[in-house]
Design a protein around this ligand. Structure first.
Ligand SMILES: Nc1nc2c(ncn2[C@@H]2O[C@H](COP(=O)(O)OP(=O)(O)OP(=O)(O)O)[C@@H](O)[C@H]2O)c(=O)[nH]1
Ligand SMILES: [Mg+2]
Length: 197
């Protein structure tokens, strides 16, 4: 297990494409979506916390700490990351979304190794072609920059981290690694893929 790395799972969005149902709590193959994500991470980090703005009691039943966005108004994933960094007690924090149930089992070791090798501020996962911008490993010192960025009305994750030294970490060897679920149809398709695997 990587030392001194904690993770936050972002489950604070409005899930509009799911009709406003709480995406992390939607059942996928008999358990909440977020439980799949926890299963992928639990042997990779020292601690996992859940970022949720609704149904916090239900998330807490999973036995993990739950925290809400400190800035109101559903400002996007960066609001969750900003709040997560406030309580971060490790030298690096991993961020993942709640709707990505096939995350790599070697996610943290590879992200950490490449962040350190590049002396980067932040590592972002890619599928070999594009960034998966809410799968990142970052230094807590970036919190102040995040605050300024959000306070000036900006929201886009990629534009925020562009100003830093970013290590892009390819997981092209795992084509399903970042399959994520935004609609009921995608959930059904993924359930079929996992069942046949
Ligand atoms: N904390 C927090 N997380 C968010 C917010 N908006 C999105 N996220 C999270 O960011 C990740 C990626 O976002 P999306 O896949 O677009 O999820 P979403 O915004 O809930 O869904 P849509 O409304 O359908 O776009 C998910 O894990 C969301 O929970 C927000 O305002 N606050
Ligand atoms: Mg969204």
């Amino acid at each position: 297990m990587s030392q001194q790395i904690e993770a936050i799972i972002l489950a604070g969005g409005l899930a509009r494409r799911m009709g406003g149902e709480d995406k992390g709590l939607i059942e996928l193959l008999g358990k909440p979506m977020i439980a799949h994500v926890i299963g992928r991470l639990k042997d990779q980090v020292n601690k996992i916390r859940i970022n949720a703005n609704k149904n916090q009691d239900r998330y807490a039943e999973l036995g993990l700490d739950v925290f809400a966005d400190q800035l109101e108004g559903f400002l996007g994933p960066l609001a969750g990351i900003y709040s997560g960094l406030a309580e971060c007690q490790s030298s690096l924090m991993l961020v993942v979304p709640c709707d990505c149930p096939l995350l790599p089992l070697d996610l943290v070791s590879r992200m950490q190794q490449q962040l350190l090798a590049a002396n980067a501020d932040l590592a972002v996962a890619t599928d070999g072609e594009r960034d998966h911008s809410v799968v990142m490993l970052l230094k807590p010192e970036l919190r102040q920059s995040l605050k300024t960025y959000l306070e000036t009305g900006q929201r886009r994750v990629e534009s925020w981290y562009d100003e830093f030294n970013v290590a892009r970490v390819s997981f092209a060897d795992q084509p399903n690694a970042f399959v994520n679920v935004n609609t009921h149809e995608q959930k059904q398709q993924l359930a079929e893929v996992i069942s046949k695997a």
